[in-house]
Design a protein around this ligand. Structure first.
Ligand SMILES: [Zn+2]
Length: 158
């Protein structure tokens, strides 16, 4: 399954994948998704699906306003939730939803969202602002192919 997801990233999203990284994130500038080497195979699949969600997600309704910290916080949560939802739609699009547990995926999503909620209420204001700006960078770097993919994915129901 990891191979199928990596293949999808390379061929359809035009993104490279590193499954042996020290952290899990999507680097939109270098077009690479990194996944922590310690994650289990299933969690690596979940993480890849979530990061694919970031790759194709549309411009946020909550445009970044650096002066307003509450908008920055809302944007971060909205983009994170949206990426988890899109990730599951991509699993369906690839026909992998029958091999993966939706319940486990949702559990993993909520753990991740919980850590973002903790982050936005505990982290330094400047860190929150720079994190929110990172999503804006993702948006402006988006390739037309990803937009097409998003439109396709959006036809699929949970
Ligand atoms: Zn994320």
């Amino acid at each position: 399954m990891l191979e199928r997801l990596t293949d999808f990233a390379n061929k359809e999203l035009l993104i490279k994948v590193n499954l042996n990284s020290n952290d899990t994130f999507f680097d939109s500038k270098n077009k690479i998704i990194c996944v922590h080497y310690k994650e289990t195979k299933t969690n690596k699949c979940f993480s890849l699906l979530h990061e694919f969600g970031h790759v194709i997600q549309p411009v946020s309704f909550f445009q970044v306003d650096n002066k307003n910290i509450n908008i920055c916080k809302t944007l971060i949560l909205q983009q994170e939730l949206n990426a988890w939802e899109l990730g599951w739609l991509i699993a369906k699009y690839l026909g992998l939803d029958t091999e993966l547990s939706k319940n486990d995926y949702i559990k993993e999503s909520s753990l991740s969202i919980k850590s973002y909620i903790e982050m936005i209420y505990n982290a330094d204001i400047n860190y929150i602002r720079s994190s929110a700006v990172d999503y804006k960078i993702n948006e402006s770097d988006r390739l037309p192919e990803w937009v097409k993919m998003y439109e396709l994915i959006n036809l699929i129901k949970y």
